[in-house]
Design a protein around this ligand. Sequence first.
Ligand code: 4VN
Length: 323
Amino acid sequence: MGFAKISQVAHYAPSQVITNDDLSTIMDTNDEWISSRTGIKQRRISQSEMTSDLAGQVAQQLLDKSGIGADEIDFIIVATITPDSMMPSTAARVQAKIGAKNAFVFDLSAACSGFVFALSTAEKFIASGQYRKGMVIGAETLSKTLDWSDRRTAVLFGDGAGGVLIEATSEQHFLAESMNADGSRGGLSSGVVGLQSPFSDQMSDDKFLKMDGRAIFDFTIRDVSKSIAQLIEDSKIGVEHLDYLLLHQANSRILDKMAKKIDIPREKFLANMMAYGNTSAASIPILLSESVDKGIIHLDGSQTVLLAGFGGGLTWGSLIVKI
Ligand code: 4VN
């Protein structure tokens, strides 16, 4: 058995910025409503790039920044609910783009928890001793799944990708985790993939992303806060030794409420939903990568952070990592 660590980070988003004011020209909404309730000021929207294009940019940056050769990569996991296609996987497309010919690759579908579930999975591969280097990427083009006539959901989401390089190391960096799901409440959010067959009468009308906002909000405050508080307690790490919490960037009001509920200073909760909106599986790795760029997180093993994803499925998961 070995240990794993995050050795590099990267992020990429489409260049087109859509502000709340831009949205107010195509639907009945306004900046005041969106920013006061969600903290979101703008989002990036892809014009022609697919999820694999965004993820491919992240993968190439991870190689360039680390100096690692593409042939040294043992696996690539892409967490996404907006794959280019079900087959080949988005991860297979990324593999081809960067020429990681020795890697095994697959997509992981767990909505806003996708990156945390994928990172936990990657850590297990490395800890097995069988693999030494892998990529974990969260990438989404949610804009293609939005009903642009529904102002309650369309204003909340955006496109982007972020990812990490994970490598074998000699010391423990993954300190504690809690991974959870409740499929019986799956109907609270749905969508993205439409199924249709001439041989069956099943046809999903879930082409658009749908969300019972109030219910997901309540689930996050109640169940996710409890799970994070429990993990911190069980880990015996002590809140004062947690430098930052990087939670899924769904809504800044949610972060305010969770900070109060878990009783951790709001300043420890990093945020960038102002600039990207909710990018589902991409939100945590984009936030992590931007925080490294800003010098808030150092990637030198001197800090301890908690990563937490939560959303569709329902799914929720948290990791405490030395970074
Ligand atoms: C976690 C959360 C959300 C989410 C839920 C509701 C919501 C985000 C509804 C009320 C509205 C403002 C926006 Cl908490 C989504 C996910 C999935 O990624 C995960 N916003 N809102 C208002 O105030 O009227």
